[in-house]
Design a binder for this molecule. Structure first.
Ligand SMILES: Cc1cc2nc3c(=O)[nH]c(=O)nc-3n(C[C@H](O)[C@H](O)[C@H](O)COP(=O)(O)OP(=O)(O)OC[C@H]3O[C@@H](n4cnc5c(N)ncnc54)[C@H](O)[C@@H]3O)c2cc1C
Length: 519
């Protein structure tokens, strides 16, 4: 088989399939090439408000009506109940001391609950990727994208006008050419290896590993001793991305409506070695025994697939684009699953490449726009690494960890509000990392956060974080009366209207459009 296309996309995760659909909608001939076969289980499941906003924006702008309902729990459940999904009302954090296993302190000093939505209907979700990605790839095919699965690419060539690909499919040789190639095959993926691109260190980030699986029979954290009872939470603590944080690592627990729970641990080499991640299930049991609430939540759980050990999590490619190719952000680098930054970075990349294809295809600007894309992609990866690196450095100091995480929540809620108000220029970069005042302030805070030793230094840092986020804080973050529990309160947003250069009535209109029930 020999064929010519405008665009070849390697890798049919959600990133590859979405870009394939969009490029097809823009009138390009597209082939999507996958090494495996759907449905297949992959990790990377938890969405965020900014993820879902980006998904909704892409679906609207490029006329993908079947995709749009997947941007909210309520519409997802009505339109695609067959695609397994988890309810994510917020971000739940509990802090633990592995050397001193005990139940959670009742005074909230070792927990942080940040709601992302006021009720289930407009809530975020965890994507059960086997179903989710399978749906998207079928949708791409339905729209007219050529799809080649079970294809092992063996060779890539570049000339002035095209990229050539060779490979094997079902025992037959295939050969393709495309004017532009997008690598959506993940970290250390196809092009990185085929072109022999260099791997760079992720600066300021420790060497980390991961161990994870999918489970059946997991209980609810809210029923466990040390968690149950007390005042009503801003949302049920399990209907969230649940993070258990301890010195040198953290655990995620994501529950799906199919009875499956995704759980795993990311940790520095030092802790991974101590727990002996290479042993898989035994290492998982070892960590559960050090966190009583988790131990009882998983008491009757069974791993429904073998544990995966990733001996190295972070990745950064030295090169992100060439004259006729680009790596999606997810192929260009990865930091850590903490704070679910992988999806929004991937979708920002999809949106930027889609715009370049729409506006600059076949023009002289194409090459320079690709370079801008590479600079943005690298800048956002490094900004993510700085944030998460400083969180890793403070996993043993929960007040500082909590304060630093507010930098993320403030930037994310500000960006979401600005975009929803049609003012994306107020938040052009992920985490507002290149904002003229917040960007440098974050750099200073991250540097200081690595040197905090005393309680007074912790308090001063936390106060300085609040000062830095004040102009962007549209969610009442850091209000001491909330004592680490942050509900979604529409009043916060209305009172902060001027921060997003809006009138209060505009914000009220926005809240109604977004499904808030206002009194
Ligand atoms: C442990 C872990 C947990 C994570 N959790 C989260 C989270 O909760 N939230 C979040 O936002 N992000 C998370 N991420 C990041 C997230 O997984 C990625 O951002 C996301 O999967 C990127 O999607 P994608 O479609 O671009 O690529 P992928 O999902 O990586 O898909 C790549 C596809 O390419 C195919 N492929 C690979 N090599 C080839 C080849 N040579 N030829 C053809 N096809 C190929 C693969 O089979 C696969 O189908 C996590 C990552 C890890 C490692």
């Amino acid at each position: 088989m020999t064929a010519r296309y405008d665009i070849a996309i390697v890798g049919s995760g959600f990133g590859g399939s979405l870009l394939a659909m969009i490029a097809h909608r823009l009138g390009r001939s597209v082939v999507l090439i996958e090494r495996g076969r759907h449905p297949r289980v992959v990790i990377g499941e938890s969405s965020t408000p900014i993820t879902n906003l980006l998904l909704e924006e892409l679906a609207t702008r490029y006329d993908l009506p079947a995709v749009k309902p997947l941007a909210k729990w309520g519409t997802w459940q009505r339109s695609h109940p067959e695609i397994a999904c988890g309810l994510k009302r917020g971000f739940t954090f509990y802090h633990h001391d592995l050397d001193n296993p005990r139940h959670s302190a009742p005074d909230r000093s070792e927990q942080l609950l940040v709601a992302a939505s006021p009720h289930d209907e407009i809530s975020d979700t965890h994507w059960y990727r086997a179903d989710f990605d399978h749906f998207l790839v079928r949708e791409a095919q339905r729209l007219g994208v050529d799809y080649l699965d079970e294809t092992e690419l063996t060779w890539v060539t570049q000339s002035d006008t095209k990229v050539g690909l060779e490979g094997i499919r079902h025992g037959d040789k295939i050969s393709l050419s495309a004017k532009f190639l997008v690598d959506a095959s993940g970290p250390r993926g196809f092009l990185h290896r085929a072109l022999g691109l260099r791997e760079l260190e992720v600066p300021g980030f420790p060497a980390t590993q991961a161990l994870y699986s999918h489970f059946e029979g997991v209980g609810r954290l809210q029923d466990q001793q040390g968690i149950a009872g007390g005042e009503p939470r801003p949302y049920p603590v399990d209907d969230a991305a649940v993070h258990h944080v301890f010195d040198d690592g953290w655990i995620w627990v994501l529950q799906f409506n199919s009875g499956i729970t995704s759980a795993g641990i990311a940790a520095t080499d030092a802790l991974a070695g101590k727990l002996n991640f290479a042993e898989g299930a035994e290492a998982w049991q070892r960590i559960l025994s050090k966190i009583p609430a988790l131990g009882s939540q998983f008491a009757t759980a069974k791993a429904e697939r073998p544990f995966t050990h990733m001996p190295r999590l972070a990745f950064r490619s030295a090169t992100i684009t060439g004259s006729q190719w680009a790596l999606l952000p997810s192929a260009a680098g990865f930091v850590d699953p903490l704070l679910s930054t992988g999806f929004p970075l991937t979708l920002l990349g999809v949106a930027r490449l889609a715009e370049i294809i729409a506006d600059d295809w076949g023009t002289e600007r194409f090459a320079s726009q690709l370079q801008t894309y590479a600079v943005q992609t690298e800048g956002e990866l490094l900004a993510t690494a700085r944030l998460i690196g400083s969180l890793y450095a403070n996993m043993d100091n929960f007040p500082v960890f909590t304060a630093l995480s507010l930098l993320y929540f403030a930037a994310a809620s500000f960006s979401e509000t600005a975009r929803r108000l049609g003012k994306p220029h107020l938040a052009p970069s992920f985490l507002l990392h290149d904002h003229p005042s917040l960007g440098p302030a974050c750099l200073r805070l991250f540097r200081r956060a690595r040197q905090v030793r005393t309680r007074q230094e912790s308090n001063e840092l936390a106060e300085d974080v609040l000062r830095a986020i004040e102009p962007f804080n549209v969610a009442g973050l850091g209000d001491p009366r909330r004592r680490n529990w942050y509900p979604v309160d529409p009043e916060d947003l209305v009172n902060s209207a001027s921060k997003v250069e809006a009138r209060q009535d505009e914000v009220m209109e926005l809240l109604k459009r977004c499904g808030f029930q206002l009194q």
